[in-house]
Every structure is written in C-alpha cells, then in structure tokens.
Ligand binder design. Structure first.
Ligand SMILES: [Zn+2]
Length: 116
C-alpha cells in the first residue's frame, strides 16, 4: 500500500511520455538524460514505459534504417546511371557513326555499280 502511494507520488515527478520517448531515441541532452536515468532507477512505471517505448522506437527506426539503406543504394545507382548514360551516349554516337559509315559505303557501292 505504501509502495503504491509512493508510485503515485513519484508519478507526479515522472517525465512526460514525450521526454521518455526522446530519452529512448537519444534526443535528450546529457543532463536531461541523467535526470531521466535517475528517475528510472526509482520508478518502475517509467522503466517499464521506457522498455515499451524502446521496443516501439526500435520498430520505428527500422524504416529509418531501410530508408537510409535505400537512399544509399539509390544514390550509388544514380551515380552509376549517370555513368551509364554517358556510356550509352558514346554507344549511340558510335552506332550513328557506323550507320553513316555503312550508308556512305553503300552509297559509294550503289554509285559505283550504277556507273557500270
Ligand atoms: Zn516515473
């Protein structure tokens, strides 16, 4: 009973859920973090809340990691694509040059045979 009252009493000094979430996400300043950690030692409610929040925030962080990984992949792909586009451009120029060359040779042969 006394413990229960103590819980209720300490609850008034409990950091807000936003603050606990910020603590879990590591967004608090060193002094704020220390404050929360000191409180967590006394308050079962908050340590449980932090446990729950860290589980949730870890889940939240997965898309973040994925987004980061995706971004990295996209970034390297974009870099590769830019290189590829340049390669494609040279290939295109080479093909056009070959077609022009073949047409020139063909026209030369047609002209040559037409003359005979
Ligand atoms: Zn608390």
């Amino acid at each position: 009973m006394n413990d229960h009252f103590a819980d209720i009493f300490t609850e008034t000094a409990c950091p807000s859920q936003d603050k606990l979430l910020a603590y879990v996400k590591g967004e608090l300043s060193a002094s704020e973090r220390h404050e929360v950690e000191m409180h967590l030692q006394d308050c079962e409610l908050c340590s449980e809340a932090v446990e729950g929040l860290s589980a949730i925030s870890r889940k939240d962080q997965i898309p973040g990691w994925l987004r980061q990984a995706k971004w990295n992949v996209l970034h390297s792909l974009r870099r590769k694509n830019r290189r590829k586009k340049k390669e494609n451009y040279y290939l295109y120029v080479a093909i056009v040059a070959l077609i022009v060359l073949f047409m020139a040779i063909a026209l030369y042969w047609i002209y040559h045979f037409a003359r005979r």
